[in-house]
Design a protein around this ligand. Structure first.
Ligand code: NAP
Length: 278
């Protein structure tokens, strides 16, 4: 059996489904990305989002502000986009340069257009079990497991990391599926004690090769969210070449969670678009 969950292939399939779902719409969905500064990684993530929008048939708008632009200028643009009936989703590209208030900017986005699922209200809705927009990387992890037919109920899920983009929302998403969830972080002692017991191990730290073969249970499912540039090429949290021998399923970096994250952003945008039409 193929052990690698191919995020690129899965993305292609889902994007084709999403494209089909809006094929007959006269007015296409539209998203807007707000960027401040010229961070290389952000530029590349934004290009990936634009390409995915083109593929599916979503109108993509990019507002790029020079470093030093006043926060008020950006807030006013977000408010304008909130009121623009032709814009279905708004993203403030993270990380923001120093000096900008991330919470304030994110929470200026109207909840119904928050396709990153990061406003305080949408975060609260997820925890209280209401239908809401969910952060794309967490959605990507769940979608990859479901499409690979991984059983989640009663399994022990170990999350390495407690960031707001992935592991925090995953705590709730896995609990919703009746998994038992353990959360580890940088202050966890003897990390391997927990990871070795994981049926499903999700790592989202950005620390290269933090997950080695001896830390993984035989037959586990391993999802590598981390992205690391230390070695001069993109790698993940997991020592893939050695860990693969032990697992039943694993993702690869690049070509794993990354493309699926962008695809889930498109899915969220279409959800907002269809919700508005109702
Ligand atoms: P974050 O908010 O900074 O979270 C990183 C987490 O890793 C923190 O909870 C931190 O613990 C934990 N951590 C750091 N060193 C650790 C260690 N030695 N042992 C155990 N835990 C450790 O970052 P993030 O936004 O969640 O992103 C995490 C990684 O995922 C990054 O590499 C990012 O580029 C990547 N990412 C990838 C995608 C994708 O689409 N593939 C999407 C989002 C993020 P503390 O809380 O104690 O500091």
């Amino acid at each position: 059996m193929e052990k690698v969950i191919d995020g690129r292939l899965m993305s292609e399939e889902i994007r084709a489904e999403l494209k089909q779902s809006i094929k007959f719409e006269m007015i296409k969905p539209s998203i807007a990305v707000i960027q401040i500064g010229d961070n290389d990684a952000s530029n590349s993530y934004i290009r990936a989002k634009e390409k995915a929008c083109d593929e599916v048939g979503i109108y993509f708008r990019h507002f790029k502000y020079d470093l030093g632009t006043s926060e008020l200028t950006v807030i006013n643009k977000i408010k304008e986009l909130n009121n623009d009936e032709y814009v279905n989703g708004i993203i403030v590209q993270l990380p923001l340069p120093e000096g900008y208030n991330e919470k304030r900017l994110i929470n200026t986005i109207i909840n119904s257009k928050d396709i990153d699922g990061l406003t305080d209200i949408n975060t609260g809705r997820l925890i209280s079990g209401r239908k809401t927009l969910i952060p794309c990387t967490a959605l990507a992890v769940m979608e990859m497991l479901k499409r690979s037919n991984v059983e989640i109920e009663s399994k022990h899920v170990v999350l390495v990391g407690r960031g707001k983009l992935t592991c925090k929302p995953l705590i709730q998403l896995f609990l919703n599926e009746n998994a038992t969830v353990t959360v580890c972080h940088s202050k966890t002692l003897e990390l391997e004690k927990y990871t070795r017991d994981a049926d499903i191990l999700v790592s989202a730290t950005g620390v290269n090769n933090i997950i080695t073969k001896d830390m993984v249970k035989d037959g586990a499912v391993v999802i590598d969210v981390g992205v690391n540039y230390d070695t001069g090429k993109i790698s993940g949290d997991v020592d893939f070449d050695n860990v693969i021998d032990k697992v039943s399923l694993i993702t690869k970096t690049p070509g794993g969670v990354g493309p699926m994250t962008v695809t889930m952003l498109i899915k969220n945008a279409i959800y907002c678009y269809q919700n508005k039409k109702k």
